[in-house]
Design a protein around this ligand. Structure first.
Ligand code: ADP
Length: 594
């Protein structure tokens, strides 16, 4: 708060400047007038006292029988009071009072001065006349002998009255001038300070953030210049703020739209900012910001690294594996220290490499599985070939048996390599683009597949049961690859079902989708295995003891791949020893009549 406003100070200063000299001047003038008058009166009284002294020596000598009529006449003509005092202080004559009854006047200052210096004057209250008098006394000599003192005195009441009247007039003028000066001073000060007040209000608005405020001052002086300068400054500030807001907006857009989670930590490891990805990924809510440490996302390694990064003022990088909900994620976390407004902060960028990690893991598993799958038949081939080489080949039947095994194992390897090659081929983007698709009538296509596969089922005494929709269901796919999907699934159903089993093949419509079902009553798949059966080389029978059944563990992964190639989805449900059901959903072609 301001202790004193400019207008008040200006008013006080101008009043002091005007009134103080005026006051001093007035006091001086009144005093000067009074003194001049007293001086004038004193010199006239002095002359009169001297005149009286010149004629009054006779009254000292013939005190008792002197004729005082002359002095009385002078007194009544001039209005003077004439007093004669002898050297002992006794009053010889007084024109206004009986001299007999008057006390000794020796101690009167004018008498003393007259006796010692030749003239004396004083202004005193006369106890005799009860009013202020101006006294002038001169010594009276007769042939050089001091007889006493002749004193003339005059009432100064008229002088005092005129002095009082003059003082009152001057005081009145002084107060009138003061009031007028205050009024004019206030008006003028206001005229001067009003633009300043307006500028202060405008400046306050600008401080409060209203940068559209402009000062409109038309005083044609330095204030107008100052207002114009402030206006320019505000415009520049607004431009700068808009620029930095636009930059901040762009930056936050970039941050929010980048794949990486970005978190800002303060020097205590508290989360101060987070981009959208970080908030979504680590469930960072507004109440967490500035209250929770980075440890809250589940790992102290992050806060430890952030601390080291801040202490050493060096960038750091760590690989982090954390559980987010049900899934485990792998991140490379980059830490960079920076200082803003004297506070140290650390920016943490979480680069999600979970997919890459999974791909690497899968590649490793794939290589291990491929090696394992190939090594099993190779071991058989090598073993039986060695046995044949060591034998003399005389036992034709045994040799034929071994050769048959070698042939079957090489067929297995060929089948495996063929499947792997097909998968690799389908995986390439170029091939995907080349796959020609056409409209396929689902019922017709399934009927053809049944016709092809029936002999295969009959080898195990199995048979098909069908349930096809009466609607004309058409999907878009490559006919050969569509057929391969079903052949693979039917081969599996036959493989993993007992002799004389039944295989249901159904096709129906669900809104804009075609739904296919392949259901067998075979060995089934354990619930824990179902999520993995579409993985390459995965077999629910871990012991891989069912070599007689054959298979490589990549049939289903090929099926899933083909289904997804034509924008479909595949699900499996199963119960051990009861059977397995595969459900495939493809989008229906729109312009086909039902
Ligand atoms: P494979 O060539 O070994 O059959 P797949 O990828 O076709 O490989 O199948 C993966 C695994 O899924 C199989 O090893 C088998 O354990 C299980 N499986 C697939 N289809 C069936 C089914 N119809 N009934 C029971 N198990 C099945």
């Amino acid at each position: 708060m301001l202790k004193s406003s400019i207008s008040r100070r200006l008013t006080i200063y101008s009043l002091v400047l005007i009134i103080l000299p005026l006051l001093i001047c007035s006091i001086y003038m009144v005093d000067y007038f009074y003194k001049i008058n007293i001086q004038d009166k004193t010199s006239s009284l002095e002359n009169q006292a001297k005149t009286v002294a010149a004629i009054s020596h006779i009254y000292f000598e013939k005190k008792d029988n002197a004729d005082m009529s002359l002095l009385q006449a002078i007194s009544s003509d001039t209005g003077l009071r004439i007093t004669l005092v002898n050297t002992s202080g006794e009053v010889v004559y007084d024109s206004s009072h009986d001299s007999e009854s008057m006390d000794n006047h020796e101690d009167r200052p004018e008498i003393q001065n007259a006796l010692h210096t030749g003239i004396g004057s004083s202004i005193r209250h006369s106890d005799t006349l009860q009013k202020n008098l101006l006294y002038v006394a001169v010594p009276v000599y007769d042939n050089g002998v001091l007889l006493g003192v002749s004193r003339t005195s005059l009432s100064i009441t008229p002088l005092e009255k005129s002095y009082d009247s003059m003082r009152n007039n001057i005081l009145f003028i002084f107060f009138a001038v003061t009031i007028i000066a205050i009024s004019i001073g206030m008006i003028l000060t206001r005229r001067f300070t009003n633009p300043i007040k307006q500028m202060t209000l405008d400046a306050q608005k600008i401080i409060n953030g209203d940068l559209s405020t402009r000062m409109r001052i038309n005083t044609a002086d330095e204030l107008e210049f100052l207002a114009a300068a402030i206006n320019k400054l505000t415009s520049r500030l607004l431009r700068k703020i808009n620029d930095s807001q636009a930059k901040a907006h762009t930056l936050s857009l970039i941050l929010d739209n980048m794949d990486n989670a970005v978190i800002l930590l303060n020097e205590n490891g508290l989360i101060t900012e987070a981009n959208k990805q970080a908030k979504d990924m680590f469930k960072i809510t507004p109440d967490i910001i500035k209250t929770y440490s980075i440890n809250f996302i589940g790992n102290t390694v992050i806060s430890d690294t952030a601390k080291t990064c801040a202490q050493e003022n060096k960038n750091k990088k760590i690989t982090l594996r954390i559980k987010l909900g049900a899934t485990e994620k792998t991140f490379i976390v980059f830490f960079a220290p920076f200082t803003s407004e004297t506070k140290q902060s650390i920016v943490c960028v979480f680069h999600d490499i979970s997919l890459m990690q999974e791909i690497t893991d899968r590649q490793n598993i794939f290589v291990a599985n491929a090696a394992h799958e190939l090594s099993t038949p190779l071991t058989s081939i090598k073993g039986f070939s060695e046995t044949l080489l060591d034998s003399d080949l005389t036992e034709a039947e045994t040799s034929r048996h071994f050769l048959k095994i070698i042939y079957e194992e090489s067929c297995r390897m060929q089948y495996l390599v063929k499947n792997l090659l097909q998968l690799a081929k389908l995986n390439s983007n170029d091939y995907k683009k080349q796959v020609a698709t056409t409209n396929i009538d689902c019922t017709d296509a399934l009927k053809k597949i049944i016709k092809t596969m029936t002999p295969f089922l009959e080898q195990k005494g199995q048979f098909f049961e069908t349930n096809f929709s009466s609607e004309n269901l058409v999907i878009k796919a490559n006919p050969d690859l569509f057929t391969q999907i079903f052949i693979n699934l039917i081969e599996n159903a036959v493989k993993y079902s007992p002799d004389k089993g039944k295989l249901l093949l159904a096709c129906s419509r669900d809104k804009d989708k075609a739904v296919f079902t392949i259901k067998d009553n075979g060995v089934g798949i354990a619930k824990t295995d179902i999520p993995f059966i579409f993985d390459r080389f995965y077999r629910s029978d871990k012991s891989r003891a069912r070599q007689d059944i054959g298979g490589s563990g990549i049939g289903l992964s090929l099926v899933k791949f083909l289904v997804e190639l034509f924008s479909g989805k595949i699900f499996a449900s199963s119960e051990l020893n009861k059977g397995t059901t595969f459900t495939i959903i493809f989008p229906l072609q729109r312009n086909i009549d039902s």
